[in-house]
Design a protein around this ligand. Sequence first.
Ligand code: TPP
Ligand code: SF4
Length: 285
Amino acid sequence: MTPTSSTATAEKPAAVLTHANYKSGAKPIWCPGCGDYSVLSSITKALAILQRPPEEVVVVSGIGCSSRIPAYTSCYGFHGVHGRALAAATGVKLARPELTVLVAGGDGDGYSIGGNHFLHACRRNVDMTYIVMDNHVYGMTKGQPSPTTEPDWDSKLAPGGTGIRAFNPLVVALASGANFVARAFSGDPNGTADLIAKAVRHPGFSFIEILSPCVTFRPEQRDWKDHVHPAPVTATDDPARAARRLMTDDGMNVGVLYAGNRNPYPLGPKGKSVPLADLEAEFAP
Ligand SMILES: Cc1ncc(C[n+]2csc(CCOP(=O)(O)OP(=O)(O)O)c2C)c(N)n1
Ligand code: SF4
């Protein structure tokens, strides 16, 4: 039997997107061995799992080595101001709710100068995914301690260590209202890709802390591969139980640690908008 006309005109199945479809032509300039290479690969793999076309994804960042990530993807991107990625991303998601919004950066960007935005992004619970490449140091500016640096980390810039208690980002995220909290390790790119895909699918604000070694300023972090281990328990939706686990874990357990049920921030119009001219008239001197 010869092919029928219906076969000839049948719609072509949509092409399957692979991780390569999400890579830009720009070559990363991270130090050889930096964990961020694997995180980039996990992000592109996660997007391939999700099959979201690159033009329907926006990757927003601040400043830092890790914050270079948007330029290395073929998605829309915004490489913004230090510590302000979450504020910009919130605006993008509110203006264009149909887009998938990923936010990426480092522990310095997200927990120091951006710490206030971190708290309120968790609290607002806008549907987006925040990926922090945590190397417990400011890599880009040559090795200053960050909020997640161990108090006794001795370095030229902080002789004898800072003596300051380290910030616990997962506990803070949970307490502030994040709807999904996970920890990942850059040395496991496939496991990390699965976690990112889960985080994107989960409604509301999803937070993933990725242990991503800075081999230049914290070469001892190469040993993290010997210390990370899968979380011994499955994810809970009980914030009290999650808090107890997060407060008492060793900081090296990887997996989804909390998957909550809070309603995400409502997107779209929420009432009658006031014409700009009316507001101008009201506030005119
Ligand atoms: C307003 C402002 N303050 C300070 C800086 C300098 N600065 C650039 S990146 C950075 C820290 C980056 O550390 P982190 O976010 O942990 O990223 P990493 O480089 O380790 O990936 C700092 C302090 C800046 N660019 N802008
Ligand atoms: S300085 Fe550290 S974080 Fe920055 S590219 Fe080099 S290894 Fe990576």
